[in-house]
Design a protein around this ligand. Sequence first.
Ligand code: WA2
Length: 253
Amino acid sequence: MCEERARMLQDQFAVSVNHVHALAILVATFHYEKQPPALDQDTFADYTARTSFERPLLSGVAYAQRVMHADREAFERQQGWIIKTMKHEPSPPQDEYAPVIYSQETVSYIEGLDMMSGEEDRENILRSRATGKAVLTRPFRLMSNHLGVVLTFPVYLVDLPPDAKVEDRVAATAGYLGGAFDVESLVENLLRQLAGNQELVVNVYDVTNHSNPLVMYGSEVPLGAPSPSHTCTLDFGDPFRNHHMICRYRSEP
Ligand code: WA2
């Protein structure tokens, strides 16, 4: 029963990641490879709303553009708003910023915010552009106040070979396409649909640091409790992170 739940969660995670990958290509194609850009907030909001069924575990997706400090004034003048921090204060001067310019309506509250102003989001942005791959944060409280993780794909201005050097990747970075896995509410919905759900307690942990497992889903039973349990490994597609699921019966049958 644990294995079945782990596979189901992993599969829904994988299809969501694949679709965010396609959205990163959509931004590269229509925002950067067309002159003038053939994408705007309304089009992005409409397309992401109509394709949200493809991303069952994501509460919303957004695109944050890379803005260097020297270009900040021109960017703000062109946009008609100023870059704010994730605490909703005007951003103090930084070397560079990652303000959200396109967002799905479900996460419209991150519009205009510098995603580099949050520790977890910032680390994700830096790791995604250095590797060219999809990356995940550790579990943390999202701005929705739900426990979850953020997924980030880099968008580059030019096509890069798979073995491109980190400095070339950073130099070619246009922005970041990402979304929030609202694990707390969307995984709850997923597991509720399964038979025998009342008897089984499911917990998911980020075990990247083995001596400090982080709860990603559930909290009712502490890790290492003496009752019999089953552990399944999960692969969410970021080789830097390790996850597993622990299932146990609520009470002895
Ligand atoms: N999206 C939604 N809610 C959040 C969040 C986030 N990040 N961070 C904290 N709460 C646009 O990596 C780029 C999305 C970040 C992408």
